[in-house]
Design a protein around this ligand. Sequence first.
Ligand SMILES: NC(=O)c1ccc[n+]([C@@H]2O[C@H](COP(=O)([O-])OP(=O)(O)OC[C@H]3O[C@@H](n4cnc5c(N)ncnc54)[C@H](OP(=O)(O)O)[C@@H]3O)[C@@H](O)[C@H]2O)c1
Length: 278
Amino acid sequence: MNGVAGRGVLLTGASGGIGQCLALRLAEAGATVYAVGRRADALHALAARARPGAIRPVVADLATADGIDAVRRAVAAAPIPVSLLILGAADSRFGLFEHSSVVDVQAQVATNLVAPMLLVRALLPCLVRLPEAGVVGIGSTFGSLGYPGFAAYSASKFGLRGFLEALAREHADTPLRVQYLSPRATRTALNSVAVDAMNAELGVAVDDADLVAASLLEAIESGTRRRQLGWPERLFARLNGALPELVDRALAKQLPIVRRFARAAAPVVSDTALESRP
Ligand SMILES: NC(=O)c1ccc[n+]([C@@H]2O[C@H](COP(=O)([O-])OP(=O)(O)OC[C@H]3O[C@@H](n4cnc5c(N)ncnc54)[C@H](OP(=O)(O)O)[C@@H]3O)[C@@H](O)[C@H]2O)c1
């Protein structure tokens, strides 16, 4: 049974564009959502839009050990036991890799890969004791094909996909269900103005966040192991696995446009300032 009604769901990235829509849909479907984010105001405003008690804010910075521990404690104290963990928090910083700072690289890998791994590690002992439990990773098309301008983000999402694949195989003979579900480009604050403009020039389809949330909930309830949303992204994700040279050629044609937007978006700062940029 994969339905969410009556279950406790821990959702990271709940204050984000897709996360807010997914939290509301989970609540509407009868789940109690423990909604994780850094912005308390956004989480409380979200909770006020659902039936009382359906969305419960958990304020935590997942890029820190304290944040991971705060989530672990919230789950341990949860009145409705958490049996579904949805890993949706992410950080994305568009730009040429040569312009990225140490902080840019560390923040994306910490939020998109290390935090999900540490959260699963912290919560797995509770999850495996339950008769039905699930872990859902929100991936990306860029977790299946590395995209120029998104090197660290792509690396983190490839890592998340590999981690969850191994975890699923480790639990192939247990009731724990592990899913990896990938949206394509979606209209949210994750994408900067430069990324939105680049997508428009490249003719990249950009989905509505609530429609993505609806597809994610449907995929969660269907129990599907992996799903890439959108066409032709589904084709390209598969093609990149089997025949990456073909995708190399397609993306080489897009490279001048990506470079132009990435260079325009790059901050003009010294090496020292780059290291300390937040
Ligand atoms: N938008 C797209 O084009 C797109 C495409 C493919 C995949 N996705 C994936 O879909 C998921 C949701 O993305 P979105 O577009 O909804 O992003 P978003 O609107 O930018 O929201 C990002 C969420 O992650 C949270 N977050 C970021 N860093 C965090 C940290 N250190 N600790 C705790 N929470 C943190 C944010 O919380 P606070 O703001 O409260 O800190 C926010 O709730 C992500 O996994 C993303 O990779 C998005």
